[in-house]
Design a protein around this ligand. Structure first.
Ligand SMILES: [Zn+2]
Length: 347
């Protein structure tokens, strides 16, 4: 299961010492900085319990060990493209989980709506007309046009999206120019765009294109050389089925007590490639969260006035035992509840 090219600095006795080669042949120290070791361990634990207690459920259980959740080419999309449903059958529902460093270890959480956001990766290419830096009037400067685009993009979330609707437009990379006295022929902006609904996703992408093209026009670029978008892939919203989520939450509370359910609100707009499994055809699904940080660690960071290291940080760490136990329990209880009910319905 994929580790990340991050050198672990957690100080744990079992911290990763591994150095690995990527597909381009570059060597990097790697660590499980997102908790995928918890996920695969919990999947094995779930398999053991479900196999050992077949009398507690009925139906067909398909366990998916998906590779490449962190890679730019999604492992979930690759498994769909390889015909996983055609080869093994289409499930009636799907479950998945992610360990969460910002939830207390031993707790579980499931949203009744969007669990993770849609992510769109795209570039805005801004053509320029090259000239001497001392004679800017002879050209069209893609850096100045690009900079105006960056600022104008900020108005989309501020002025076009409803104030009660989450959305992010981040320009993470601005590449342009090779020499201080040369006006170049291109600027390239690399964006990540996040949304929690299909409607907002469409609005954001349309607004980005409209702003880029028209600021290019305002900057005097000819109609044949206006800025354009290059789409670099994306994932849809991870939308939990509300009824299924309610059923899972009730099963957890019935078996483990109400306290097992974390009081939690998403702070950012992270994405997941799980929806590649659950869209087209739509498979009702719940993607839940499993707490991974001890109360003591939360308290220690709060006392220092520091925020807890996030996923993908070199300081990321998860309490392995409670995280894996809750991962297995959360999954097994949810599966038994769902697979029991189906058996009753079929009688
Ligand atoms: Zn990750």
């Amino acid at each position: 299961m994929d580790a990340l090219p991050v050198k672990e600095r957690s100080g744990l006795p079992y911290a990763s010492q591994v150095v690995q080669e990527n597909l381009e042949g570059q060597r990097f120290p790697v660590m499980h900085a997102c908790g995928h070791d918890v996920h695969i361990t919990s999947l094995i634990g779930t398999a053991q319990i479900m196999a050992a207690h077949k009398e507690t459920w009925s139906g067909t259980l398909m366990l998916i060990a998906q590779p490449a959740e962190e890679w730019k080419d999604s492992g979930a999309a690759a498994m769909r493209a390889a015909g996983i449903w055609q080869r093994f059958g289409t499930p009636d529902f799907a479950l998945g989980f992610h360990v969460a460093a910002d939830i207390e270890a031993g707790k579980l959480f499931a949203s009744r709506g969007a669990a993770y956001s849609a992510v769109d990766s795209l570039d805005i290419v801004v053509p320029g007309i090259g000239a001497h830096g001392a004679s800017p009037h002879r050209g069209r400067d893609p850096i100045v046009i690009g900079a105006q685009i960056v600022l104008a993009l900020q108005t989309i979330v501020a002025r076009e999206v409803s104030p009660r609707e989450p959305a992010v437009v981040t320009v993470g990379v601005f590449r342009a120019g090779n020499k201080r006295n040369v006006i170049g022929e291109e600027a390239r902006l690399e964006l990540t765009v996040r949304s929690d609904s299909g409607q907002t996703r469409t609005l954001l992408l349309a607004a980005i294109e409209r702003i880029a093209v028209n600021i290019g026009r305002a900057g005097g670029l000819p109609e044949s050389q206006l800025p354009y978008l290059e789409m670099k892939g994306g994932v849809p919203v991870t939308e939990n089925n509300a009824d299924l989520a309610s059923q899972v939450l009730k099963a957890w509370a019935d078996e483990l007590g109400e306290d097992i359910i974390a009081v939690y609100e998403r702070e950012g707009m992270g994405g997941e490639d799980f929806p590649f499994f659950t869209q087209d055809p739509v498979i009702p699904s719940v993607y839940f969260s499993v707490g991974g940080t001890s109360q003591a660690r939360f308290a220690a960071f709060e006392a220092k006035g520091q925020s807890l290291p996030s996923h993908h940080s070199p300081l990321f760490q998860i309490e392995p035992r409670p995280a894996v136990i809750s991962g297995v329990l959360g999954t097994v209880i949810a599966l038994r509840s769902l697979m029991q009910n189906r058996a009753v319905e079929n009688d």
